[in-house]
Design a protein around this ligand. Structure first.
Ligand code: 2AM
Ligand code: CA
Ligand code: CA
Ligand code: CA
Length: 269
């Protein structure tokens, strides 16, 4: 059955410790040999480290919390059909291409939900040793320091996270619609790790981030971070994100999110 008496303080401490431990394992791998394989195509990469880190989390979670559900990108977790009870959504390495090519700009992403509500979000930038953490109703923190809430802004004063893919002809959106974002914003950025991009929205380093297809492990932690910071997270149609399937994601500061929805995506003036 579902245990309603959940010790969140203990879960938070354990998750935090496991994530830092994972970070150490990843950093220690920088000097060794690496095995890289393709998944669906030549740009869809996975390493032994992605798989090993996911197994590391799942082993620890199963030992401590046999009644929790776990969803992970590399498939070592559970087959999830609902979000009942405590659900851990894990991306062991978000930004694998960066991990391989740059050895920076990648993150460990862990979002912990209770009956579908985000409770604890962790995005850990391993190379920079930056931990973005949020707890529902208790604020957002960078390396333990509380961050301010996000303030309203406008496109003309914004730095906008978007990958160039969506500015070229693609199957998911009329790319010409998005071009005013490039022209009207102060600048665009693309970091190659959705979890980090969402952590950057949450911490105010960028003002918004738009992407046409992410999986639950890409956005699970970032959504908790941004919402706790007072930002807005929806699909590109402006609807609620569903936790157990792929979604487009448009997140950003209040005001800006509404402006871009109305003036750019819906095309009202
Ligand atoms: P990943 O590194 O964990 O696969 C930029 O590529 C962002 O999109 C990353 O967060 C990456 O996560 C994610 N992504 C999702 N699906 C992808 C795919 N099929 N190929 C490459 N990146 C993908
Ligand atoms: Ca991947
Ligand atoms: Ca990912
Ligand atoms: Ca990944």
């Amino acid at each position: 059955g579902i245990v309603e008496n959940v010790d969140w303080l203990e879960i938070k401490r354990k998750a935090d410790a496991w994530i830092f431990e994972a970070g150490k394992l990843i950093r220690n791998s920088f000097n060794g040999d690496r095995t890289i394989t393709y998944k669906s195509h030549a740009a869809d990469l996975v390493t032994e480290m992605d798989k090993g880190i996911e197994r590391f989390f799942i082993k620890n979670i199963r030992e401590s919390y046999p009644d929790h559900q776990v969803l992970g990108e590399e498939g070592y977790g559970d087959e999830i059909s609902d979000s009942k009870g405590v659900l851990w959504i894990i991306d062991p390495i978000d930004g694998t291409t960066n991990f391989i090519h740059q050895q920076t700009n990648f993150a460990v992403s862990v979002g912990i939900y209770h009956n579908g509500t985000g409770i604890l979000g962790f995005v850990y930038d391993v190379a920079r040793d930056e931990m973005f953490f949020a707890e529902k109703s208790n604020g957002i923190y960078l390396n333990g320091n509380k961050l301010p809430s996000l303030q309203e802004t406008v496109l003309e004063e914004s730095v906008f996270g978007i990958n160039a893919t969506w500015l070229t002809p693609n199957r998911r959106i009329d790319h010409t619609k998005l071009l005013p974002i490039v022209k009207r914003s102060r600048g665009t950025r693309s970091y190659g790790s959705a979890a980090l991009e969402m952590a950057y929205v949450a911490s105010g380093r960028i003002d918004a981030y738009l992407t046409m297809r992410l999986s639950p492990w890409d956005f699970a932690a970032g959504k908790i971070l941004i919402e706790e910071a007072g930002g807005i997270v929806t699909t590109v149609e402006g609807s609620e994100i569903s936790l157990l399937q792929q979604n487009s994601v448009f997140c950003g500061k209040p005001g800006l999110h509404e402006q871009v929805m109305n003036e750019i995506i819906l095309g009202k003036k």
